[in-house]
Design a protein around this ligand. Structure first.
Ligand SMILES: NC(=O)c1ccc[n+]([C@@H]2O[C@H](COP(=O)([O-])OP(=O)(O)OC[C@H]3O[C@@H](n4cnc5c(N)ncnc54)[C@H](O)[C@@H]3O)[C@@H](O)[C@H]2O)c1
Ligand SMILES: [Mg+2]
Length: 290
């Protein structure tokens, strides 16, 4: 369907069904904020900000759990002012979601070099004291966060990392400029648009119907085993990647496979983990036992 038809179709639908679901209005609102810098700037006025320092989120401790504090635009501006920085640094923030009431959520890293600020990084421990929290590595905090918080922080960290690593155009070498939402960067000299990327990874639980195969990398901590994982090669579909990775890593040939679930995984860079179940060809189960 062409874009024109797509838009016309959307209008027809929305005229026919005036009461759109909360999910649909939210999805369309976020899409608008990504496309319209003015609307996104306006959303920042009433939005909430999650703060990071060198990709570690600011967390507060409460009875074996971590809480994720959020700040208003005014609070962030006043913090920046206190540390001698101007509000332009807020343009480094990225849109990471919104509430059902359309309160937009942003993430801002106070530790990474800012393209706007003369002061590259805010002093970590002083900011922690000021905000009564700690910047904690996300990997260490995962299991003490609720699932909504961890998913938001995963997205935030992945986007912040992508922007940090894509400040220059790979064709012209010129600095690229992010849009307000942070959903893309553009090279002003040749208009090439860069979008945040993630690498597809297949992770496969191989079984013979009753037993499953786990493996370990030499880099894993002692005693840790996992399903077989690997990056998709360019040009491959999911099935081909599963077949190749299982063959490469354990020397077995996969017969049937089924998609199970997927998850964004921010470590060490952004991956889309695609989880599958697979069985191996008959006669290979002895290998599984040995
Ligand atoms: N069982 C597991 O190993 C496991 C479990 C949970 C999550 N993960 C995640 O899945 C990802 C892939 O697992 P793996 O390390 O076993 O992959 P892998 O088996 O494909 O081996 C990694 C190697 O693949 C190459 N490679 C190809 N494309 C790459 C890309 N886009 N980025 C980085 N390296 C690339 C590199 O040479 C790298 O050393 C990892 O990021 C890991 O965090 C793995
Ligand atoms: Mg692997």
């Amino acid at each position: 369907m062409s874009l024109y038809c797509g838009i016309a179709y959307r209008r027809k639908i929305s005229q026919g069904y005036r009461l759109l679901s909360t999910y649909v209005t939210k999805a369309r609102y976020l899409f608008e904020l990504k496309e319209d810098d003015g609307a996104c700037k306006k959303a920042q006025q009433a939005g909430a900000f999650y703060l990071f320092h060198s990709l570690a989120p600011l967390l507060q401790t409460a009875e074996h759990r971590y809480l994720v504090p959020r700040f208003s635009l005014l609070e962030v501006e006043s913090l920046l002012h206190k540390f001698g920085q101007d509000a332009q640094r807020i343009e480094d923030s990225v849109l990471i979601g919104c509430s059902e009431q359309h309160e937009a959520w942003f993430a801002l890293d106070l530790g990474l070099n800012s393209s706007f600020s003369t002061h590259a990084s805010l002093p970590k421990s002083e900011v922690e004291t000021e905000l009564q929290g700690s910047f904690i590595e996300l990997r260490k905090a995962i299991f003490q966060l609720n699932s909504m918080d961890s998913s938001l922080l995963f997205t935030a960290q992945a986007l912040l990392r992508w922007h940090d690593g894509h400040q220059f155009c790979s064709k012209s070498g010129q600095p690229t400029r992010k849009n307000i939402a942070g959903s893309k960067r553009v090279c002003p000299s040749n208009n090439i648009i860069y979008y945040p990327q993630m690498a597809p990874v297949v992770i496969t639980l191989v079984s013979d119907g009753t037993r499953c195969l786990l493996a370990r990398q030499s880099s894993f901590p002692k005693g840790m085993y996992s399903a077989l994982a690997g990056f998709c090669d360019i040009g491959e579909n999911m099935e081909e990647a599963v077949r190749r990775e299982v063959a490469e890593e354990v020397g077995l040939e996969v017969e049937n496979m089924q998609f199970s679930a997927s998850q964004h995984w921010p470590f060490p860079n952004s991956s889309l983990m695609i989880a599958c179940h697979a069985t191996v060809k008959p006669g290979q189960t002895e290998t599984l036992l040995s």
